[in-house]
Write a protein of this length. Sequence first.
Length: 294
Amino acid sequence: MKAQPSVDLLIDAKAQLGEGPCWSVARQGLWWTDIFANEIHLTDAATRRDQVWKLPGRIGAVVERRGGGLAVAWEHGFAGFDPATGAFERWCDPEAHLGNRFNDGKVDSAGRFWAGTVVEVENNPKGSLYRFDAGRRATAMVGGVGCSNGLAWSADDRTFFYIDTLASCIVAYEFDAERGELGARRVVAETPFAEHGYCDGMTIDVEGMLWVAHWGLGQVTRWDPKTGTRIGLIRIPAANTTSCCFGGAKLDELYITTAAHGADEQQRKAQPHAGGVFVVRPGVAGLPAHAFAG
């Protein structure tokens, strides 16, 4: 990726906190959330028609289920949602006693839903990253988390990549795909705030490179996890860039969510499409999203 590719506005949603993009192959559309508006969106990539569902709380992540419907990570843990009927089923809230909010989440190749928490109350104990199995049991996998965000798995299923935004680094764990267990941890790259802003959502491409959204800098960057080197950058016309995922018929389009929240009056004038969902063709394809097995 040598030059800045064209960045197109998919939908001028003006989301307060757009997040959790997840491409649906079946629907050829993008699932995403507006956390502060308690909304799930489905935006058709061809027509740009946007369907919206209002839920009873803040939704950090939305994923499809193998048997139909959706699974969500929301402020009170894990739940199921049927867009066809509007039925919402609360499953479990492993941090109800802490008051932490669930945030970003994704599904691994075996159909397990991984999502972590954000510490919202000052002096609260740290949050965790959880593995939520098809039997609807949540297991804490990583502790001491301040703001759980980006997740991605390598194509060979041997490595899990993770971002705790407040830790200012991208890390990798050895991954046992059969058991869903994490092994040795290493730091892929240090990302101090002064240089990189807050690293937020993340995805991976077919070449094994990581794509990271940077809150506060209006950009998505590409990283080589073997060397810890930043090898690409795409500027987005919204400072608070939150997450990204690959989609489109060939999975060669990068969809990017942003937030209007946090922008001052001057920024709102300079960034009229903040809170929109953008799309770019970066010259490489991504990996398909998996569905939750439960």
